[in-house]
Design a protein around this ligand. Structure first.
Ligand SMILES: [Zn+2]
Ligand SMILES: [Zn+2]
Length: 459
């Protein structure tokens, strides 16, 4: 059974209730492929649940009220002054977006459409400002001692004296990391900030601060009714945020912890694990730009979430598409199954961004497309070549044309940014000035002769 079915069965067993499947991210940098894995893993479970007729929602929480932790390698030094401020309140690095958070979030959300994922989007900054967290904040502050004990016991980390489960946003400098509480008396917290400012916030007003991550996460589970949320293995360590979250959600918020699956890292060939904070990541958008969407889904969904795998943005992409195409032929009964094609039908269906095709899409070997694209450049020209050489039918259907055109676009991106030099070539418009020896001339004219009369097949 496919792992998505196993997880869906487990959730469905809980009886008649509506499920809320959550995913999320702090958009503090280019959103890397690990987050794509989280989203696609959840999408697979969501689809499997819906197929069983179980009512379910799929949500994506962008924690854009989290603060900027440091000046990452991809940021200008001038961002030093924003460290500690919520990323929804920091200007966007390119100037075209509403905020720093939007700069990274918007492109990712756009790419979700291409891979056929449509979660309901929540933005933490709006949730805080609208006051949706107010009750959770009050409950947390009333239970400061208990929460402190839970975090200290489980994480084995000592919290500073005077710590409260709330990061106050300083009215003057706008940071949520530097204001120290002096006195809490509902509904006000008096504070003194490192910038020298002394003031007070009223927690009944939204957007005056933020729950620390270890409290924010469980508070959100209860608030949004989350029943399932996968997380990366970095959060699942002993004493980590998931461990403390489980205890806090039960003991402070009186809500059962959501079911989960832990997903492993995707390793980048030659670079190891991907971390966006170190600037060594391949962003989700880049990965999607070079890989056809159905193939990207295939790569992630055929692997058990708890298994790491390596993504090779070089020639590996070509082999991956070949593998996908082969499984497609098997799915449509054009080829025999080979070893290792476990859960093929389910994986193929889950790999489709939208409805699975009724008829097998017209296939042109991907490696051949890589050659043609370097001759023809765009789909119009590639199509002409394919027609001339009778590799596609004259009456290519609209769906097939769209599919091939999309593949040509992905090939183009890959050729420009990731293809190894040995694969790249260029057709010269002018004959270069080189002197050929008689032998070479003879060889070339014979080659032309032979080619013009040869019958050939591709690969
Ligand atoms: Zn921008
Ligand atoms: Zn301040």
């Amino acid at each position: 059974m496919h792992w998505a079915d196993v997880l869906a069965d487990e959730l469905a067993k809980e009886g008649e209730k509506k499920h809320v499947l959550a995913t999320g991210i702090t958009p503090s940098g280019p959103i890397h492929i690990g987050n794509m894995r989280e989203v696609l893993t959840t999408d697979a479970v969501y689809r499997s649940l819906r197929r069983r007729g179980v009512e379910a929602d799929f949500i994506y929480v962008a924690d854009d009220y989290d603060h900027l932790r440091k000046v990452y390698p991809y940021l200008p030094e001038s961002y030093e002054k924003y460290v500690g401020m919520p990323i929804s309140e920091i200007p966007c690095p390119c100037g075209d977006h509403k905020s720093y958070a939007d700069h990274y979030l918007i492109t990712f959300l756009n790419s979700l459409k291409e891979i056929g994922v449509k979660p309901k989007i929540y933005r933490a900054n709006e949730m805080y400002k609208k006051g949706l967290y107010n009750e959770a904040i009050q409950t947390a502050l009333e239970n400061t001692d208990k929460i402190r004990k839970i975090i200290e016991t489980i994480s084995k980390r000592e919290l500073p004296k005077g710590w409260i489960p709330f990061n106050i946003r300083c009215d003057k400098c706008g940071k949520i990391t530097t204001a120290k509480p002096i006195l809490y008396e509902y509904p006000n917290i008096e504070y003194k900030c490192d910038c020298g400012y002394e003031g007070s916030v009223d927690i009944r007003e939204g957007g005056v601060g933020k729950l620390p991550w270890r409290v924010d996460w469980p508070a959100r589970w209860k608030m949004l009714g989350v029943t399932f949320e996968p997380f990366g293995k970095d959060l699942g360590t002993v004493g980590g945020a998931r461990d403390t979250g489980e205890k806090i959600v039960q003991e402070i918020y009186g809500y059962p912890p959501p079911k989960y699956t832990v997903y492993e890292f995707i390793l980048l060939k030659g670079k190891g694990a991907m971390h966006s904070s170190k600037g060594t990541a391949l962003s989700s958008e880049e990965m999607l730009s070079m890989t056809p969407p159905e193939v990207l889904r295939f790569l992630i969904l055929r692997n058990q979430p708890n298994k790491h795998f390596v993504f090779d943005p070089g020639v590996g992409v070509l082999s991956l598409v070949d593998e996908y195409d082969q499984q497609e032929r098997v799915y449509f009964g054009k080829e025999e199954k080979t070893r290792g094609m476990k859960d093929l039908e389910k994986t193929y269906e889950l790999s489709q961004p939208y409805e699975a095709p009724k008829k097998m899409p017209y296939q042109v070997p991907y490696r051949h497309l890589v050659t043609l694209v370097q001759i023809g450049k765009n789909w119009g020209e590639v199509k002409k070549i394919l027609k001339r050489t009778e590799q596609i039918p004259k009456d290519l259907s609209e769906i097939d044309e769209k599919h091939l055109k999309q593949r040509v676009e992905h090939v183009n991106y890959w050729l420009e940014y990731f293809a190894p030099d040995m694969i790249r070539f260029e057709v010269k418009k002018k004959i270069p000035k080189i002197k050929l020896m008689t032998e070479q001339k003879k060889f070339l004219s014979r080659l032309i002769e032979n080619l013009s009369t040869a019958s050939y097949r591709i690969f």
